[in-house]
Design a protein around this ligand. Structure first.
Ligand SMILES: *Cc1c(COP(=O)(O)O)cnc(C)c1O
Length: 235
């Protein structure tokens, strides 16, 4: 049966990723987020049945639909571009674990307000997205703005819990060399923690092509899509 075959394929893929993660020292601290954009709810259900709980989605409506349909103990990560006018919809998802793409103080304000208005009881976990590659097409604060935006969240957004920094990084970096995006995010963490006492920031970095390198560089949260679910349809 096609369903059985797909189920087997997905459980193999996720086992392979976990086995690869286990080859990296200190990997045990890292969280695997299964990035499921464009993939049908059945695929997520199969991966869920292997024990996976953290899933990442990029599009608000897709996240809303899937979160309503799938088990309530899934921990959702919103990893798409954050728009102020969508903050309420996102914040209203009860089992939202984190928004990884806060890219300005203004957006932090909007999300903070949204959390208040939809009556979330616990502070919502957030990552500040950093545009470590300084590409025009990428969202995120510039590395030199990172500490300031983090400070802003700490001082002004009590409904948000700042837990880390996130980067996407440049596509096609030379895998045989140190990845400058990962190095940059590590630097941002150091600078920010130096400015704000008591913070211990996570690092969300690493995708299908580079998650092992990201773990070696200190990632605590890898976001893996293609390697688990297979190629996505082109937009
Ligand atoms: C799609 C996406 C991923 C997963 O990318 P893969 O290369 O398929 O693993 C990770 N992070 C973000 C922000 C994404 O948009």
């Amino acid at each position: 049966m096609a369903d059985q075959q797909r189920k087997l394929e997905l459980s193999r893929n996720i086992a392979d990723v976990k086995a690869a993660m286990a080859t990296v020292p200190h990997h045990e601290k890292a969280r695997l987020v299964a990035v499921s954009k464009y993939k049908p709810a059945e695929d997520l259900q199969y991966v869920y049945e292997t024990g996976q709980r953290h899933f990442g989605e990029n599009y608000v409506q897709e996240l809303v639909d899937k979160s309503a349909k799938l088990p309530q103990d899934i921990q959702w990560h919103f990893i798409g571009h954050l728009q102020s006018n969508k903050c309420k919809t996102i914040a209203a998802i009860p089992n939202l674990f984190a928004v990884e793409t806060v890219d300005s103080s203004k957006k932090a304000d909007a999300l903070n307000k949204a959390c208040l208005s939809c009556g979330r009881t616990d502070a919502l976990n957030v990552f500040v997205q950093v545009n470590t590659s300084r590409e025009d097409a990428k969202s995120g604060v510039l590395p030199e703005e990172c500490a300031q935006v983090c400070q802003y969240i700490q001082d002004n957004c009590p409904q948000l819990k700042l837990i880390g920094l996130m980067t996407i990084g440049m596509f096609g970096r030379d895998p045989s060399e140190k990845n400058p995006d990962f190095e940059c995010l590590v630097d941002c963490k150091k600078t920010t923690e130096g400015m704000i006492p008591g913070l211990d920031l996570e690092l969300s970095m690493g995708m299908s092509g580079d998650y092992l390198k990201a773990l070696e560089a200190g990632s605590t949260n890898i976001r893996v899509g293609t390697t688990i679910f297979g190629a996505r349809p082109k937009k």
